[in-house]
Design a protein around this ligand. Structure first.
Ligand code: CAA
Length: 259
């Protein structure tokens, strides 16, 4: 599919989606959200793709939803106009493969919320995170008030959302907003390294592990444990389970087929 606001590159089983509106710090307008939703569907269904990286390049991740597009919205427009962001973020969150946010520079508002729908976040030491919507007279409207407290706890999430203040990469690591911080000039390499490590595992086991975690978080503990047990049992029907355990016993690396 042809895209205008994002770049898509697929190499060695890793798809990299790069936001591409540098003139406005990758602000996310309706077209970006629509294209992100479409590419999530496309990459999710592409058997040659084993892991996905979402990035804004080496200067900025994304400075949020496009304020110029939002400034004159009516409440009805805002209600209807919010749908592309919800569609995009829900489709990214449910890509049945590991999705890594690779973040340099600003990840603000909707940009920060985009990182929250990825499975893992790697930040360059140049990264800055924030949900500054409160300074615009609104609140985070693309899942921030829901996903951020689930990730870092309600107290810290409230501090960030109530103040609109930015935090740097080290603070983001300290509060659990990112998994790892790397020097800016190593961001691409370190992200690829992590994506390849995930991609080397069995695709069905990855898919079910992601589902067990994400679906389980929506359930009470007992229901989650039962769901995990179903996923676990199902994997004993795969070629990869036989291969993984045989390889261990034969003291060699496994050759997973994703079946
Ligand atoms: N929307 C539209 N345009 C934006 C933008 C945004 N979110 N962020 C930056 N831009 C544009 C600027 O208007 C500017 O364009 P012009 O050159 O045409 O004036 C260009 O990008 C460069 O920006 P600055 O000159 O402001 O760059 P800076 O380095 O001085 O400041 C910044 C960088 C601190 C990120 C500042 O641009 C900023 O505060 N941006 C807005 C951040 C924000 O409030 N994000 C939340 C948006 S609301 C939201 O996301 C709602 C939601 O939950 C879905």
């Amino acid at each position: 599919m042809a895209y205008e606001t994002i770049l898509v590159d697929i190499a060695d089983g890793i798809a990299t989606v790069t936001l591409n509106r540098p003139e406005v710090l990758n602000a996310l307008n309706g077209q970006v959200f629509n294209e992100l939703g479409d590419v999530a569907l496309e990459l999710g269904a592409d058997p040659s793709v084993q892991a996905v990286i979402i990035t804004g390049g080496d200067k900025v991740f994304a400075a949020g939803a496009d304020i110029k597009q939002m400034a004159n919205l009516s409440a009805v427009d805002a209600a209807i106009g919010g749908r592309p962001s919800h569609r995009a973020f829900s489709l990214i969150e449910t890509i049945p493969k590991p999705v890594i946010a690779s973040i340099a520079g600003f990840a603000l508002g909707g940009g920060c919320e985009l990182t929250l729908v990825c499975d893992v976040r790697i930040a360059a030491d140049s990264a800055q995170f924030g949900l500054p919507e409160i300074k615009l007279g609104i609140l985070p409207g693309a899942g921030g008030t829901q996903r951020l407290p689930r990730l870092i706890g309600a107290g810290k999430a409230k501090e960030l959302i109530f103040s609109g203040d930015f935090i740097n990469a080290d603070e983001a690591l300290r509060v659990g907003l990112v998994n790892k911080v790397v020097p800016a000039d190593q961001l691409r390499e370190e992200t690829l390294k992590m994506a390849k490590r995930f991609a080397a595992r069995g695709a069905v086991a990855l898919r079910l592990a992601k589902s067990a975690i994400d679906e389980g978080l929506r359930m009470d503990l007992e229901a989650g444990i039962q769901y995990e047990h179903k996923c676990f049992s199902l994997l004993f029907a795969t070629v990869d389970q036989k291969e993984g355990m045989r390889a261990f016993i034969e003291k060699r690396p496994p050759d997973f087929k994703g079946q």
